[in-house]
Design a protein around this ligand. Structure first.
Ligand code: HEM
Length: 165
C-alpha cells in the first residue's frame, strides 16, 4: 500500500474530498472507527508530537472520544459530531480548531506517519478504500499546517469536492 505524503506548498490551493462511506462500512462502522482512532491516539502519545496533546489522562481520553466522533461523521456515519462543530461545516470547524496550534510540515508528517502505522494494522479492508481514506487525510492535513520554516504563518485556501447525493 503506498499511502504517499506530498509536501505542503505555502500559498497553494488544497483540494480534498471527504472519505467514501464504503471505507466506513468496510472498517466496521462506529466500533471499527473507534478501534482505529484509539490505536492511532495511543501511538500519538508515544510520538514526536505528543507534546501538542493534553498530558492529563482524562483530558487525553476526551480528545480520543471527540476525535472518533469527528471521523464517524466525516466518513458518512451518524452525525455524532454535529454539536461539537457549533453549527459550522465539519472541515471548516476542524481547520479553525487547528489554527490555535502552531503546526509545521514536520508535525504533519509525524501525524500522517502515525496514522499510516495505525492503518497498516487494520485487517480485512480493501486497499483501495484505505487509499481513499488516506487521500482525504493527506490532502486535508495540509490545511492544518500554518507555521513555516522561515517562522511565517499562513492559512491555506481550499476547495472541497461536492458530496455525491
Ligand atoms: C487530516 C488531518 C487532521 C484531522 C482530520 C484532525 C482531526 C482532529 C480532531 C477531530 C480533533 C479533536 C477535535 C475536538 O476537540 O473536538 C483534533 C484535535 C487536535 N489535533 Fe488534529 N487532526 C489533523 C491533523 C493534525 C495535525 C497534523 C496535528 C499536528 C500536531 C494535529 C494536532 C491536533 C491537536 C493539538 C488537537 C487538540 C488536542 C486538544 O484538544 O488539546 N492534528 N484533530
Amino acid at each position: 500500500m503506498s499511502m504517499d505524503i506530498t509536501p505542503v506548498k505555502k500559498g497553494e490551493q488544497v483540494h480534498f474530498h471527504n472519505p467514501a462511506i464504503a471505507f466506513y462500512e468496510a472498517i466496521g462502522g462506529e466500533d471499527g472507527m473507534r478501534k482505529l482512532m484509539y490505536n492511532f491516539y495511543d501511538k500519538i502519545y508515544e510520538s514526536d508530537i505528543a507534546h501538542f496533546f493534553p498530558q492529563d489522562e482524562e483530558e487525553f481520553e476526551a480528545v480520543k472520544v471527540k476525535n472518533t466522533k469527528f471521523f464517524i461523521q466525516i466518513c458518512g456515519g451518524s452525525k455524532v459530531y454535529e454539536d461539537e462543530a457549533k453549527g459550522m461545516e465539519l472541515n471548516e470547524y476542524m481547520i479553525r480548531l487547528h489554527d490555535d496550534f502552531s503546526i509545521t510540515e514536520k508535525s504533519r508528517i509525524e501525524w500522517l506517519g502515525t496514522m499510516r502505522e495505525a492503518l497498516n494494522e487494520v485487517k480485512g479492508v480493501d486497499k483501495a478504500l484505505i487509499e481513499n481514506f488516506w487521500d482525504y487525510l493527506e490532502n486535508f492535513s495540509k490545511l492544518t499546517v500554518n507555521t513555516f520554516s522561515d517562522g511565517s504563518t499562513y492559512y491555506a485556501a481550499y476547495t472541497q469536492a461536492e458530496e455525491k447525493k
